[in-house]
Design a protein around this ligand. Structure first.
Ligand SMILES: *Cc1c(COP(=O)(O)O)cnc(C)c1O
Length: 368
């Protein structure tokens, strides 16, 4: 019998390594409250990501909400409907209005040609997403940001460690959010971080994640958004193995591309030559008119073979009932058609090349 292949399986250091990492916490009983592990992890992440500043949070979502809150924004935020719900929740939970911009067919990131047409006097920020690890047109966004004097905050939840022309992706925009959730390329079980260049925000985010406290008083609106020492310790361990994790993901990705790229009607994710990817997800686009099977049919055949895939991202965030049908699928036609074709395949460091072959064989079976 074939074993189940999950969509994702969190990476993990050897258990002894983790136990060793947390053992001193039992001696000093400093389990949380911005301790040694967290500060050490912040230093090591700054070095690994090649960024000036990082502030760690309990999770990526609340980090993103804090980034928007720190900028004191009012009005409309231009973003993508082709993302995880968290991106847009961060906007609406700050009492801001999302404005959905369509995406590129080639890499599923924001179509920068369309952004200017959506900018109004109410526009207060752009929130692009480096989706699946495909990076946005950061240069164009930089130009738009300075031309209209509006900040760019990246949802870089998928983009840990990516470099473009050797420049780490966290160096673009005003603030970038990385998620360190267990399913992400680098993780602290639950966790997230904001990276930025402005030194003043270090204190701002330190206060925001700790009830807005400075000294003995609450000086701004904050909450409890701290990352614990137990979580930071997992990060310290995972960071030692990160290059191996990414290498293993790369090998699986290459095998997927080798097996699937020549198939009519299957469009594999593309990798730009000037980008060092982290291979965080492997989405394919299935065009039924060309290959004879719909995305949903392929999904079902894989499921019967105990292979779990995800219709990521479908439906579009803009179509969720909480948005009261304010937004039409036809507003973002490319995103809409891609969301009906996209299927994200299993990808994680422990996936074997034999697993990838089994998945590809099942896809070919579905197309017959
Ligand atoms: C995972 C994810 C988030 C949220 O991160 P958490 O750490 O799980 O809170 C936000 N945006 C995107 C695109 C994500 O994939």
């Amino acid at each position: 019998m074939n074993a189940i292949i999950p969509i994702s399986k969190p990476s993990a250091p050897p258990m002894e390594e983790y136990i060793d990492e947390i053992s001193d916490l039992w001696e000093n009983r400093m389990f949380t409250n911005i301790g040694k592990k967290l500060l050490d992890l912040e230093d090591k992440l700054c070095a690994y990501l090649d960024v000036d500043y990082i502030s760690l949070f309990a999770n990526g979502h609340l980090a993103l909400e804090s980034a928007l809150a720190a900028l004191n924004l009012k009005g409309e935020v231009i973003t993508t409907p082709f993302t995880f719900t968290s991106t847009v929740l961060a906007i609406v939970r700050n009492n801001l209005t999302p404005v959905f911009c369509d995406i590129n067919e080639s890499d599923y990131t924001l179509n920068c040609d369309l952004i200017e047409g959506l900018i109004t006097d109410k526009t207060c920020a752009i929130l692009p997403v480096h989706i699946y690890g495909n990076i946005c047109d950061v240069e164009r966004l930089e130009q738009l940001s300075s031309k209209y004097n509006i900040p760019v905050i990246y949802d870089a939840a998928h983009a840990f460690g990516i470099r473009k022309n050797k420049v780490s992706i966290g160096n673009y925009g005003d603030i970038s959010m990385f998620s360190f959730h267990a399913t992400k390329v680098f993780h602290t079980v639950e966790g997230g971080g904001l990276v930025y260049k402005n030194p003043e925000w270090k204190e701002t985010f330190s206060q925001m994640r700790n009830f807005g406290i400075s000294g003995c008083d609450t000086v701004r609106v904050g909450a409890n958004l701290k990352m614990s020492e137990i979580h930071a310790a997992m990060g310290l361990c995972n960071l030692r193995h990160i290059d191996t994790y990414i290498e293993k993901r790369c090998l699986c990705t290459r095998q997927y591309i080798k097996r699937l790229s020549a198939i009519r009607g299957i469009y594999v994710n593309r990798y730009a030559p000037d980008v060092e990817s982290n291979y965080s997800y492997f989405p394919i686009r299935i065009v039924a008119e060309e290959c004879g099977a719909s995305r949903d049919q392929v999904y079902e055949v894989l499921l019967k073979n105990k292979i779990y895939t995800r219709k990521y991202y479908s439906p579009l965030v803009s179509q969720f009932p909480i948005y009261d049908r304010l937004y039409m699928p036809s507003d973002t036609p490319v995103a809409n058609s891609i969301s009906n074709q996209i299927l994200t395949l299993p990808l994680y460091p422990d996936l074997t090349l034999q697993d990838v072959d089994r998945i590809c064989d099942a896809i070919l079976l579905a197309l017959r």
